[in-house]
Ligand binder design. Structure first.
Ligand SMILES: Cc1cc2nc3c(=O)[nH]c(=O)nc-3n(C[C@H](O)[C@H](O)[C@H](O)COP(=O)(O)OP(=O)(O)OC[C@H]3O[C@@H](n4cnc5c(N)ncnc54)[C@H](O)[C@@H]3O)c2cc1C
Length: 176
């Protein structure tokens, strides 16, 4: 998180999760999963009933590479989302564009960006010269942050959630 949002937000989100009992093993990685035990590269072992793997994705760039487009860890586009080849545009996960806010060349893998870039690219294909200058963002429904935002609706939803959990064979107790 620090890499994307800076150290202040990184520290904040880290502390928020730790306050809720989440343990981080930073700078470490999983070496093996055997039965209900996860072995860490550092030598540690963790017991786990469930392992959620967030591996990430790589953009498929072969078509763009073969088309001779300039690449830089994605397809490089200008502020109009036009690639190095005039009249060829790129949008979404594959596109690396000059972000006017950070003044850096960035590539973001979120559907809102893909959707908005698609709209801008389409307009530019139709001859409008629209710069893509949307602020990149994502929503992270994190623990207390989300809890605070959702509190008024929570009491109403709790009874329904408890019944749903029971019908799915999950524990009836919803964390407070
Ligand atoms: C597991 C997972 C969870 C995600 N969760 C979220 C989330 O919660 N919130 C969020 O904002 N984003 C999420 N994302 C990211 C989001 O899905 C992407 O940012 C978004 O789909 C990007 O849209 P896109 O059109 O750029 O690419 P894609 O949706 O990947 O579409 C690209 C299309 O091009 C096709 N294609 C590729 N190569 C070729 C070729 N050579 N010829 C023809 N067709 C080709 C592909 O088959 C695909 O259909 C998630 C992604 C994954 C994988």
């Amino acid at each position: 998180m620090e890499g994307i949002l800076g150290s202040d937000m990184g520290d904040f989100i880290l502390a928020l999760h730790e306050e809720h009992g989440v343990n981080f093993h930073l700078e470490d990685t999983v070496a093996a999963i055997a039965g209900k035990q996860v072995a860490l590269k550092s030598g540690g072992k963790l017991d786990a009933d469930l392992v959620i793997v967030g591996i990430g994705v790589r953009p498929r760039l072969t078509l763009a590479e073969n088309a001779g487009l300039t690449m830089d860890r994605g397809v490089l586009v200008n502020e109009y989302l036009e690639t190095s080849v005039p009249e060829i545009y790129a949008a979404g996960d594959i596109a690396r564009w000059p972000d006017p806010h950070s003044r850096e060349s960035i590539r973001v893998e979120h559907w809102v960006i893909a959707e908005r870039q698609g709209q801008t690219a389409a307009r530019n294909m139709l001859g409008q010269r629209r710069k893509f200058d949307a602020v990149p963002f994502f929503l992270e429904p994190a623990l207390r942050l989300a809890d605070q935002l959702c509190r008024p609706r929570r009491a109403m939803g709790q009874h329904r959630d408890r019944r749903r959990h029971q019908s799915q064979g999950l524990p009836a107790k919803i964390p407070a």
